[in-house]
Ligand binder design. Structure first.
Ligand code: GDP
Ligand code: IMO
Ligand code: MG
Length: 420
């Protein structure tokens, strides 16, 4: 049995905290796509930790964590993360496993990411510059190197061949940065990676499923950043939606039970691209300040706006969402009035559908306004004590989406979550 937790917006919905919260009910937590572009924040003994590639179940004793074949792996950042996790007394030899089919992010992939972004000028994607796009390009272009290749004696020859190809591309971009130091770090980190548990991910996970173990698949990024269904080209390079679980872990679709979608009570986006409900004003600034909306991976200020039900409805549809977790409800505590986007207006016409593209003409949001609860909510520990105004807000969202919010998160802490 496999359940999935994934983001329904443009990332940073609070997936890390929610996976960490649910992890105790599972035997395995597995990442199925993305790479170190992700930044999943959780609190362990009140200490903040940001995970980029290691699944968010890693702090629970007895839970197995798998980095699946669909992930692109940077050995350098992985080593750093492993050191942080180990400092909490976690034995990664026991509870971290890496699929041999996962593709490796090379230093030249990072350089290519940077060069491509520079060449785009003000049309840039706003990539995290972790090398994600170029690595997935080498995967689909059938050139990439995989974790399992590390154990092959010809690895260095293959590396040099691919590096040469990248160098020609970098020369085309007139990219001049010296990457010798990156390479040195990379080769040191490869030695570290070789010592970790490298497994055949698809047999590993299917054996667990057949043995009756419970699997939790942890999404990275968000549905609106999906390579097929996101706001292309302002997206990431993987399938972030539930379909990605099958190809990113080697799991059959009928094994998937719940798809738990995470959304903020409002909306954010980091990087470029259309964002219809964006508030480029004082209200947006207030959301950023109260919600501490700064990227967990890059530190960039996140763009903030009201919740967008058109986009959320679309995300529920393409993912088959069965339950919703709404995070950061407490961030709205200070607002007297809240807006909810119920339709898009384009060329005078209203629609409840996400269009093929929206960066040439950004749809104008049609809002329904709600009274804010305007009272502190982060100390609440049961649904009964939550303000009535919050319940009205939640019920409206449930009805619009046709899927119910089952949990409300009202603070960053591990225990700040309420069953509805
Ligand atoms: P992820 O990428 O989806 O895991 O989300 P991030 O970790 O990038 O960003 C979510 C941020 O919100 C983190 O700083 C979390 O600690 C914080 N957070 C999560 N849930 C809540 C919540 O309910 N309330 C508040 N105030 N903060 C939250
Ligand atoms: P988590 O898992 C928010 C955004 C980048 C950029 C676009 C492409 O923490 O939710 P990439 O580096 O993938 O080529 O960047 O996607 N992006 C994210 N935004 N949260 C993330 O991950 C993101 N990962 C990538 O800002 O706009
Ligand atoms: Mg994040």
């Amino acid at each position: 049995m496999v359940d999935v937790i994934l983001g329904l917006q443009w990332g940073d919905e609070g997936k890390g905290k929610i996976v960490d919260f649910f992890a105790k009910d599972y035997d395995v937590v597995a990442r199925f796509q993305g790479g170190p572009n992700a930044g999943h924040t959780l609190y362990v003994n009140d200490k903040k930790v940001v995970l980029h590639q290691i699944p968010s179940g890693v702090f629970h004793k007895g839970i197995t964590n798998l980095i699946g074949n669909g992930v692109v792996l940077d050995p350098v950042t992985l080593k750093r993360e492993c050191d942080t996790v180990a400092s909490f007394g976690i034995d990664l030899k026991k509870n971290l496993f890496i699929a041999e089919r996962a593709h490796l992010i090379l230093p030249t992939h990072r350089a290519l990411d940077k060069a491509a972004e520079l060449s785009k000028g003000n049309q840039k994607i706003g990539s995290t510059l972790k090398g994600i796009g170029p690595t997935y390009m080498d995967k689909t272009g059938r050139n990439g190197l995989r974790v399992g290749d590390l154990l092959d004696k010809n690895f260095t020859t293959s590396y040099i061949k691919l590096r040469l190809k990248h160098q020609r591309l970098l020369d085309n971009y007139n990219f001049q940065e010296d990457i010798t130091a990156w390479e040195q770090e990379f080769f040191e980190a490869l030695e570290f990676l070789k010592e970790l548990n490298i497994v055949n991910g698809e047999y590993f996970i299917n054996d667990k499923i057949n043995a009756g173990k419970r699997i939790l698949a942890e999404g990275a990024q968000g549905s609106m950043l999906d390579i097929d269904f996101g706001t292309f080209p302002y997206v990431t390079s993987s399938n972030t939606i539930s379909a990605g679980v099958c190809s990113g872990l080697g799991i059959a679709p009928q094994k998937i039970r719940d798809v738990i979608g995470v959304t903020k009570a409002y909306c954010t986006r980091v990087g470029g691209g259309p964002f219809p409900t964006e508030l480029d004003n004082e209200t947006g600034e207030e959301l950023r300040k109260i919600g501490n909306e700064f990227g967990a991976t890059t530190g960039r200020p996140r763009r903030c706006g009201w919740i967008d039900l058109v986009a959320l409805h679309f995300a529920c549809m393409i993912n088959g969402v069965t339950k919703i977790v709404m995070t950061k409800a407490d961030v709205l505590d200070a607002f007297k009035e809240l807006q909810v986007c119920t339709a898009y207006k384009l060329d005078g016409k209203e629609s409840r559908e996400v269009p093929f593209q929206m960066e040439r003409k950004i749809p104008e949001p049609v809002y329904k306004s709600f009274a804010g609860w305007n009272t502190p909510s982060s100390a609440a520990n049961s649904y009964e004590v939550l303000p009535e105004t919050m319940k009205v807000y939640v019920n409206f969202i449930n009805e619009y989406l046709g899927v119910s919010i089952k949990y409300i998160s009202n603070g960053p802490g591990r225990d700040q979550i309420i069953l509805v």
